[in-house]
Design a protein around this ligand. Structure first.
Ligand code: GTP
Ligand code: MG
Length: 443
C-alpha cells in the first residue's frame, strides 16, 4: 500500500508539501513529472502534470527518498507545490487515481516509521508532542524525549532485568543444583537498585505530564467575589460574563495561557454555596471537581464574607493561594483577621496587587518546574506501566530465596514486559491506535 497526504497545514500558503510513502513512490514521481527520477534527497524543480490528460498542474520541487533512508523507511517523495486549494486538490486527486494508493490516516507516516524500526514508541509520541507544542517548555520537553533521554533509561533497566532473568532461568533449568547464596544476593541487589531508581523517577510530581497537558489552575470561591473578573484579567479578554448578580457563572470556563513558557489552563467556576436551584448545584459540583483536579487553586474571597469553613478551609494547603478581592470597598475587616495562609489583598477594579498575585502564581509554577531536565515520564501511559513494573519488582524482591525461584522469574518477566510496553517492544498493536490517532494527517 502507498499512502499520501498534505503534510503542511491546511489553508492557503506559499508552499504546500504533499508526501507520498510506499512501493508506488517511484512510479508516481515518474508519472507526475513525465521524466526521470531525481537524485535521492535532492530538491529538483519539475513540471508537475496530470498523467491522465497531460495537463500542467503546477511547477514545484520534488524530493525523492530511497528506502530505507527516509522518514518512514519506505520509498518516499515530497512534492512542494504552490499552496492553493486548487493545486493541492488536483495533486491529491491525481494520487487517488493510482492503484493501491490511498490518503494516509492521522499519524500514519510516523506509524510506518515505528513499524519499520526507524523510531521507537517514545520517539513517535514525542514527535506528536513537538507538533502540538505551544510553549517553550513543551517544545524543550518534546525535543529531549525525541533525542532519546527516557528511552535510553527505560531500555537500560529492561536490558539489566533481562540479564538477571537469564541468570535465574539458568538456575531453574538445573534445579538439582542449589543456588549459591552470593548469586541470589547479587540478583536481589541489582533488582533493588533498579526498583529504587524507578521509584525516584515516579516521584516527579507529574511534572512531565503537566508540561504536556498544561498546569491546571482553578479559581474557586463563594458567589460574586470576582472570580470571572479575575479570569478576564488574567486572560486579557472577556472570556466570562461578569455581573453583580450572585450565581452568574454556572459552567466551568477555561482559558489557555502561556506564563513564562509554561502552559497554563485556568478555570473560572461557579460560586460555591448551597442552592436549591438544580442547575446552580450542578455548577457547584463542577467547581468542586475542578478544585480537586487542579495543580493550583486560587481561593478568592470578598471582605464581607471572610468566615469560610468546610470546603474552602479544607482547600487551604500548599497547593493553594488565598486572595481577598474588592479591597477598595472594605479593608478593616481583613486586618483583624487571622488566616491559615497569608492572603493577597487585591482589587480587580482598581488593579491593586494583581501583579503580586501573578508573581505568587509564577512562584508556585517555578517550584513545580524547577527540575524539568530529569523528567522521564510525559504521559499517564508511561506512569501506568512504570508503576506496574515497580510493583512486580517489589513482589519479586519479597519472594523467599531458592524455593520460589520459578515464581519469582514470572514476576520479573512481568516487570520486563511493562518496561517493554513503554518503549514499544511488546504488546504494541493495541496501544498503537490510541497514540497515532491523535496525530494530524500528513505526519
Ligand atoms: N468594588 C469592586 N467590585 C468588583 C471587584 N472585582 C469585581 N467586582 C464586581 O463584583 C461583581 C461580581 O464579579 P464577578 O467577576 O462576576 O464575580 P464571580 O465571583 O464570578 O461571581 P459568580 O459567577 O456569580 O460566582 C461584578 O459586579 C464586578 O464588577 C473589585 O475589585 N472591586
Ligand atoms: Mg463568575
Amino acid at each position: 500500500m502507498t499512502v499520501y497526504a498534505l503534510s503542511s497545514g491546511p489553508g492557503i500558503s506559499g508552499i504546500a508539501v504533499i508526501r507520498v510513502s510506499g512501493s508506488k513512490t517511484e512510479e508516481i514521481i515518474l508519472s507526475l513529472t513525465n521524466g526521470s527520477l531525481p537524485k535521492t534527497k535532492e530538491a529538483t524543480l519539475k513540471k508537475i502534470i496530470n498523467p491522465k490528460n497531460g495537463e500542467l498542474i503546477d511547477e514545484g520541487l520534488v524530493i525523492f527518498f530511497k528506502r530505507p533512508n527516509s522518514y518512514t523507511g519506505e520509498d518516499m517523495a515530497e512534492f512542494h507545490v504552490h499552496g492553493s486549494k486548487a493545486v493541492v486538490q488536483e495533486v491529491l486527486t491525481v494520487l487517488e487515481g493510482f492503484d493501491d494508493c490511498r490518503l494516509a490516516e492521522p499519524g500514519e507516516f510516523t506509524k510506518i516509521a515505528f513499524q519499520n524500526n526507524k523510531i521507537n514508541l517514545l520517539k513517535a509520541e514525542s514527535i506528536g508532542d513537538l507538533i502540538a507544542a505551544e510553549t517553550e517548555l513543551q517544545r524543550k520537553q518534546a525535543l529531549r524525549i525525541m533525542s532519546g533521554d527516557s528511552s535510553k533509561k527505560f531500555n537500560f533497566w529492561r536490558e539489566e532485568l533481562i540479564n538477571i532473568l537469564a541468570d535465574i532461568e539458568a538456575k531453574i533449568d538445573f534445579p538439582e543444583e542449589d543456588i549459591p547464596e552470593n548469586l541470589s544476593q547479587n540478583i536481589k541487589s541489582r533488582c533493588e537498585k533498579i526498583k529504587n531508581e524507578i521509584q525516584v523517577t515516579l516521584d516527579d510530581n507529574k511534572t512531565g505530564e503537566i508540561i504536556r497537558e498544561g498546569f491546571k489552575i482553578a479559581i474557586v470561591g463563594p458567589p460574586n467575589v470576582g472570580k470571572s473578573s479575575l479570569l478576564n484579567y488574567l486572560s486579557k479578554r472577556e472570556a466570562a460574563i461578569v455581573s453583580e448578580k450572585a450565581g452568574t457563572t454556572r459552567d466551568v470556563i477555561e482559558c489557555h495561557l502561556d506564563l513564562e513558557g509554561i502552559p497554563v489552563i485556568i478555570s473560572d467556576t461557579a460560586g460555591i454555596r448551597d442552592s436549591s436551584d438544580e442547575i446552580e448545584t450542578k455548577g457547584v459540583n463542577l467547581a468542586i471537581n475542578r478544585a480537586e483536579e487542579a495543580d493550583l487553586i486560587i481561593i478568592l474571597l470578598d471582605p464581607k464574607k471572610l468566615d469560610f469553613k468546610g470546603f474552602f478551609n479544607e482547600k487551604l494547603h500548599d497547593k493553594s493561594i488565598l486572595a481577598i478581592n474588592k479591597s477598595d470597598l472594605l479593608i478593616e475587616s481583613i486586618n483583624n483577621k487571622e488566616f491559615k495562609i497569608e492572603p493577597h489583598i487585591i482589587s480587580i477594579k482598581d488593579n491593586k496587587n494583581l501583579d503580586k498575585l501573578i508573581e505568587a502564581v509564577k512562584l508556585k509554577l517555578n517550584k513545580q518546574f524547577l527540575k524539568t531536565n530529569n523528567v522521564l515520564i510525559t504521559r499517564s501511559r508511561h506512569r501506568l506501566h512504570l508503576k506496574e513494573c515497580h510493583k512486580h519488582l517489589k513482589v519479586f524482591l519479597e519472594k523467599k530465596n531458592n524455593q520460589e525461584f520459578d515464581l519469582a522469574a514470572e514476576d520479573l518477566r512481568l516487570s520486563i514486559r511493562h518496561l517493554g510496553t513503554i518503549v514499544g517492544k511488546v504488546d504494541v498493536e493495541e496501544i498503537l491506535g490510541s497514540i497515532f490517532d491523535n496525530f494530524c494527517i500528513g505526519k
